[in-house]
Design a protein around this ligand. Structure first.
Ligand code: OAD
Length: 234
């Protein structure tokens, strides 16, 4: 099939084979941590040290991971596809950009960015954060926090994402369990605008029935094959 405009939604399963843990698998992050304590504004207000330690640990772990064959295939798709390709990722890692993707939206924020709750400035950040961390923009320790979206907060760039999804001919969802909205609702929006919808995931996701087509298997195996097929068909 020939699709001019492609939107790809990605989730933790895409980075799993790079060594980044997923959230909802048996050994995932939410099996070890209570998300209400480490990934909500209320949790941060209650115990900022615990939240900083959680994200400091993840930031340190992310510093050594590398993109895998699935990230590389999506970057290739953007380079070689005749139409436009956009990636909307729920992942806070930097593996898409490291693989070479440029049309990229981080809807759940970025682990290598810090946000000052006092002045609103965002700064690239690869160090640990703490309550006493001074904001480089306002010079005050006014609540530097990881620049990630917590439960109860609005994901970033939703207007732009809805515009892209509404204009897509092909909507791919890769490595996401379909549990978290509004990301999990994008397939319905793509469908209602007439896009062909495909899930590529290790196993059928929560939203499996919303997709016109599903391909199940590890991302490093199924994504490069699917991209090859798409590029050959244009
Ligand atoms: P989940 O952990 O909920 O789902 C990961 C999905 O990837 C599951 O369906 C797995 O079966 C699949 N998977 C695992 N390994 C895979 C592999 N090698 N290849 C392909 N698929 C694989 O992660 P997300 O759906 O990304 O948000 O989670 C969405 C959001 O919930 C996250 O952004 C995060 C989390 O709580 C916040 O923290 C706000």
């Amino acid at each position: 099939m020939s699709a001019q405009r492609i939107v790809v939604l990605t989730g933790a399963g895409l980075s799993a084979e790079s060594g980044v843990p997923t959230f909802r698998d048996k050994t995932g992050i939410w099996a070890k941590y209570d998300y209400r304590e480490v990934a909500t504004p209320e949790g941060f207000a209650r115990n900022p040290d615990l939240v900083h330690e959680f994200y400091n640990m993840r930031r340190r772990a992310h510093a050594t991971v590398r993109p895998n064959a699935a990230h590389a295939a999506l970057a290739r798709l953007e380079r070689e596809h005749e139409g436009e390709v956009w990636i909307v990722t729920q992942n806070v890692d930097a593996l898409h950009e490291q693989a070479g993707s440029r049309n990229l939206i981080h809807m759940h924020g970025e682990i290598f960015s810090a946000l000052c709750a006092g002045c609103g400035a965002r700064s690239p950040w690869d160090q640990d954060l703490a309550l006493a961390t001074i904001c480089g923009a306002c010079g005050e320790p006014r609540g530097m926090r990881p620049d990630v979206v917590w439960f109860g907060e609005m994901p970033h760039h939703m207007d732009r994402i809805r515009e892209l999804v509404g204009a897509a001919d092909l909507f791919l969802s890769i490595g996401t369990s379909g549990n978290v909205y509004p990301a999990a609702g994008l397939v319905a929006e793509a469908r209602s605008h007439g896009a062909h919808t495909v899930e590529l995931n290790l196993e059928p996701s929560e939203g499996r029935r919303m997709f016109a087509e599903a391909i199940h298997g590890p991302a490093t195996r199924v994504v490069p094959v699917y991209v090859e097929k798409l590029l050959a068909s244009q």
